[in-house]
Design a protein. Structure first.
Length: 326
């Protein structure tokens, strides 16, 4: 595996995966509608192509030789709230990329899906054979994209893998990031700006969080052990946290950094009990993936707070007040 195309390479996940592949010595062709200057600096050594994957004529006008495509330009939960935009990016965008790969004889493609194809409030043991119980457009749109990947593989056009990551978090590398509604980033930002963390629910709901570093390692592992038939891989961590757990970890990191206590305000009462579950990554482990536990919530929350301070992503008056109290 020498040359890899990454779609959505200006984004939160795509930029980190691209950086990891460059570090591994691969040649990266980065595709996005546009690139921030700092993304190009971050991915120094990559080839950059600016195009819209929804414009099939523009996409297929490019002749590219590559060994694989990593398709991260799929819709997030915010885009999926707009039904037409969600379907267009997830379904039409993915089909365009698969046609592009077929035209250019690129033999492999990894399509990014989501763990939410199994549902939003998971319970019990979840593996790749678990029942699909998608409960929103976000999960359903990605399942459509997975079906295209499976069909193209079954028809012998190329070999595809769908990956289903859990809640992705980690160090923010690109100025394109603007998802401060995501946990734990929203907790970090609110704690600095207001001196508190607000949980709208009871905080008892459990989530699985996978770090960008482990996510990227998993993708690299799949590239080097690409299956000959269509496969699905869950990408998750070995532990789960409730929202209240994450808030308390953020609270502790904040105190370590600023020597100031912050309050956690729980405004809701639902859910009443925690949805206990475990995501199996045995299938990934069986092809050689080993989770690196040093990339945990505590260490990465510290990095997110540093990013907020160093890149003026917080209200300036709050930053000045915090500096006075350090």
């Amino acid at each position: 595996m020498e040359k890899v195309v990454v779609t959505g390479a200006n984004g939160f996940i795509g930029s980190y995966v691209s950086k990891k592949l460059l570090q591994k010595g691969l040649n990266v062709i980065a595709i996005s509608k546009s690139f921030h200057l700092n993304t190009k600096q971050l991915l120094s050594g990559a080839q950059f192509i600016e195009l819209n994957i929804l414009d099939k004529e523009q996409l297929c006008s490019h002749n590219i030789e590559a060994d694989a495509i990593i398709h991260t330009a799929t819709p997030n939960d915010i885009i999926s709230k707009d039904v037409l935009q969600g379907i267009e990016l997830s379904v039409v965008g993915t089909k365009n990329i698969l046609d592009f790969a077929t035209k250019n004889k690129i033999p492999r493609c990894i399509v990014f899906s989501t763990l939410q194809v199994y549902g939003t409030e998971l319970v019990g043991e979840i593996d790749e054979n678990s029942k699909l119980e998608y409960q929103n457009d976000y999960g359903l749109n990605h399942l459509f994209a997975e079906n295209y990947a499976e069909m193209y593989t079954r028809q012998g056009k190329l070999n595809c893998v769908s990956v289903r990551p859990s809640n992705v978090y980690g160090r923010i590398l690109t100025e394109a990031f603007n998802r401060w509604t995501l946990v734990p980033g929203c907790f970090c930002k609110e704690s600095i700006e207001t001196g508190k963390i607000t949980i709208k629910s009871s905080g008892k709901q459990m989530r699985n969080f996978v770090n960008l570093e482990n996510l990227s390692e998993a993708v690299y592992c799949i590239l080097n052990n690409f299956p000959k038939s269509y496969q699905v891989y869950n990408i998750a961590s070995s532990v789960g946290y409730t929202m209240l757990d994450v808030a308390k970890i953020t609270q502790g990191v904040f105190f370590d950094h600023f020597k100031r206590s912050i309050d956690i305000i729980v405004e809701g009462t639902e859910p009443l009990i925690t949805n206990e579950f475990h995501i199996s990554i045995d299938k990934l482990n069986n092809i050689g993936f080993v989770e690196d536990n040093k990339f945990d919530l505590k260490s990465e929350i510290k990095e997110i707070i540093e990013y907020l301070l160093n890149n003026n992503k917080i209200k300036w008056i709050q930053y000045q007040n915090l500096k006075k109290n350090v």
